[in-house]
Structures are given as C-alpha cells and as structure tokens.
Design a protein around this ligand. Sequence first.
Ligand SMILES: [Zn+2]
Length: 143
Amino acid sequence: MAAPSHELPSWDEAAPRQVVDYALRRRARLAEVDSGRVGVGEVCDANPYLRTAAAFHGVPSDVSCPICRKENLTMVSWVFGDRLGQASGSARSAAEIGQLARRYAEFSVHVVEVCRTCHWNHLVRSYVSGLKSQPPRTRKMAK
Ligand SMILES: [Zn+2]
C-alpha cells in the first residue's frame, strides 16, 4: 500500500455516531397493521429498486419477517451525502461503507429491512459516518 499509515484516519474518526434507532416507530407501524388501520399493501411496498438492492447488497439478518414470517429480513444500507457525489443515494455493503468512511467527510447511512417474499420494508436505524469535519483554518495568506 502506497499511503503511509500515519496519513490514514483511525477507525474511531470514521466510527458510526448519532445513531438513531427506529424500533419504536416500527412497532407502532406493525401495531397499525395488526389493528387493521393500515393495510398490508401499504407497508409491503418495497419498490423494484429496493428489492434489487436487497438482492445484491443486502445482508441476511436473524429476524423473521413480521408480516409473512416466511423468511428472514434482509438489511440494506443506503448512503447519503453531498460529498459522496454519485455514490449518494446508493445501497452499499458494510465493507464499502467502511471504505467510504475513511475517504469522505460526514455522510449518513440509513439501514432498511426488506422482506424479499412479501416486500415489507422499514427504516431500522440511521447513523452518521465518515471523517469528522475539520474546523475551518484561518486564512493567513490574504493580503
Ligand atoms: Zn415478509
């Protein structure tokens, strides 16, 4: 590897932070389905893009689908951030997110669970990763 190790940020600098857990919202959503206030068709609406992402970038979980219980949910991580350029808004594997986190300043990651059988999907967790932004340097060169 070309880069000397002291130029690489430590994992701590790129570690996930500002983690938001959406378990309560998920439970509320499922309660609405159970009570019949929300139709199954409204919550099992994963679009083709999300389903493809689940197939190619998804990570199997040990949580069974709360709607159909026919399979375990697949976790898909999406990255968002102005500095990511074209990578923003795409699904990424954990290894890819690790690489992005070492190269780019702060971006957010949304983890969505998807059932590939009934197309249930819900936001599970979001967090901020990437390099912590540096404080702006004072310009001393100005005349
Ligand atoms: Zn399902």
